[in-house]
Write a protein that binds this ligand. Structure first.
Ligand SMILES: Cc1cc2nc3c(=O)[nH]c(=O)nc-3n(C[C@H](O)[C@H](O)[C@H](O)COP(=O)(O)O)c2cc1C
Length: 374
C-alpha cells in the first residue's frame, strides 16, 4: 500500500458510493448463438454528446461477462419505476431471465425490454480494465424515450423520483429547503426511522376533519389493519390529536375539542376543560405526548395500545406535522430515556430545522395562545 493511502473497509466504501443515487438499467446482448443475456447495472453513465458515447462497467466475475466482452452490440434498457421486479430478476445469476419477459428485437436483434423509461442501442467501441470490473464504452446508434418515470436506486434500496419543489428562498428564513413540502420530507424520514427502530410510525396533519393520518410505516409486527391513510383521529383520545391540541392555535382546535368534551369522548382523561388545558400545558412542557397503556383507542386500533407523538414545526413556527409511534403495551417503550423517545425527538427536531423552524425547537416554549388555558 502506498504512503498516505488508507485501507478501505469495502462495506463502508459501498455505503459511501450508495449516497450517489442512480437510475437502474438492464444491459442486454446476444451471444454467438443468438441467445439473449442481460444483467441489472447501475454503473451506466453518459460520456460524450458528440460523438454520442456512454459507458457502463461489469464485474469480471459475472457469469455473463464473456458474452458482453465478445458482443458487438448491447442495449441499455433504462428501467421504469414499476420495474423493480425486472431489476431483481436480471440481478439474479443463472436461470432463463428472459422467460415471461416481454421483449422486442432492436438493432442486430438485441432485445429491448418492454415497459422501460428509455433505451439506448449501442455498438461496443472499446473496453478498459477497471480493477475487478471492465469498463465498456458504447457508441449510441438509436434511442427511444417512452415517457415513463425512471426507477431510482440509492442507499441500497429502490426509490421513486419526485420533483424537488424548492422555490426561491423565503426572504426572512434564508433556508432554501423551507418550501419543500413537510410531508414529502417527513415521509422519507419516517421510512428510515421505522426501519431503524422496527416500530410502527405514523405521520399526522391537521385536516379539515381534524387530526388526519397521511402515512403509516409498519413495524415487522403490524399492530392493526385499521392504520390506513386518511384515518381521522379524535383530538382528545389520540396522541396525534393531543399533539395538535397542544401546539396549534386554540381557535383551530377548539371547535373539535368542544364537541368531544360535550360528548364525553375523552372522559378517561378529561372530566372538564380545565383539566384538559392543564394537560396540554404539561405536554408542551415535556415536548411530547405520551399515552401509556390505554383502552381509549380500542375502537380505532382494535387493541390496547401505547402511543407517543412529537410535533414538527415549519419556518413560521407553526406545527405542521405530528410524528407518532404506536405499539402494543408490552412492546412500545415510552420511557423518556428510551431509544424510541430519543430518536423521535431527534427526528422531529431535524425535520423542523430542515423546514426552516427556528432551532432548536424548545420543548418548553409556551404557546402564547394557550398559556393561560381556556
Ligand atoms: C441495482 C443494481 C445494480 C447493479 N449494477 C451492476 C453493475 O453496474 N455492474 C455489474 O457487473 N453488476 C451489477 N449488479 C449485479 C448484477 O446485476 C448481478 O451480478 C447479475 O447476477 C449479473 O448477471 P449474470 O449473473 O447473468 O452475469 C447490480 C445489481 C443491482 C441490484
Amino acid at each position: 500500500m502506498s504512503e498516505g493511502v488508507q485501507p478501505f473497509d469495502s462495506r463502508e466504501l459501498r455505503q459511501v458510493l450508495g449516497a450517489f443515487v442512480t437510475g437502474v438499467t438492464v444491459i442486454t446482448a446476444l451471444d454467438k448463438d443468438g441467445t439473449p443475456h442481460g444483467l441489472t447495472a447501475n454503473s451506466f453513465t453518459s460520456v460524450s454528446l458528440d460523438p454520442p458515447l456512454i459507458l457502463w462497467s461489469q464485474s469480471l466475475t459475472a457469469p455473463s461477462h464473456p458474452v458482453f466482452r465478445e458482443a458487438e452490440r448491447f442495449v441499455v434498457n433504462i428501467l421504469a419505476d414499476d420495474q423493480v421486479e425486472v431489476s431483481k430478476r436480471f440481478a439474479r445469476g443463472g436461470g432463463d431471465k428472459f422467460a415471461d419477459c416481454q421483449t422486442t428485437p432492436g438493432l442486430g436483434g438485441v432485445p429491448l425490454i418492454v415497459g422501460c423509461a428509455a433505451y439506448l442501442e449501442c455498438r461496443r467501441m472499446d473496453s478498459f480494465p477497471g480493477g475487478d470490473h471492465v469498463v465498456f464504452l458504447g457508441r449510441v446508434e438509436r434511442t427511444e424515450r417512452t415517457g415513463r418515470q425512471p426507477l431510482v436506486f440509492g442507499g441500497g434500496r429502490y426509490l421513486i423520483a419526485q420533483p424537488h419543489d424548492i422555490g426561491p428562498p423565503p426572504a426572512e428564513s434564508g433556508a432554501n429547503i423551507a418550501r419543500l413540502t413537510a410531508v414529502r420530507l417527513a415521509t422519507r424520514a419516517l421510512v428510515d426511522l421505522s426501519d431503524e427502530l422496527d416500530e410502527t410510525l405514523g405521520l399526522g396533519v391537521w385536516g379539515n376533519m381534524g387530526p388526519t393520518m397521511v402515512r403509516w410505516e409498519d413495524s415487522s409486527q403490524p399492530i392493526s389493519e385499521h392504520l390506513r391513510t386518511g384515518l381521522v383521529l379524535p383530538v382528545l383520545a389520540s396522541a396525534t390529536g393531543l399533539a395538535f391540541a397542544a401546539w396549534l392555535p386554540r381557535e383551530t382546535t377548539a371547535p373539535f375539542i368542544d364537541v368531544e368534551l360535550a360528548q364525553g369522548a375523552a372522559a378517561e382523561f378529561f372530566s372538564d376543560a380545565g383539566r384538559l388545558y392543564e394537560r396540554l400545558a404539561q405536554i408542551r412542557g415535556e415536548g411530547i405526548v405520551r399515552l401509556a397503556s390505554t383502552d381509549a383507542f380500542a375502537s380505532v386500533y382494535g387493541t390496547t395500545i401505547s402511543a407517543l407523538s412529537v410535533p414538527v414545526f415549519d419556518q413560521t413556527g407553526g406545527m405542521v406535522l405530528a410524528l407518532t409511534a404506536i405499539g402494543t403495551v408490552d412492546r412500545l417503550d415510552v420511557a423518556d430515556s428510551g431509544r424510541l423517545v430519543t430518536r423521535l425527538r431527534e427526528c422531529a427536531a431535524t425535520l423542523s430545522r430542515r423546514l426552516g423552524a427556528a432551532s432548536p425547537v424548545a420543548p418548553t416554549a409556551p404557546n402564547p395562545d394557550q398559556e393561560n388555558g381556556p
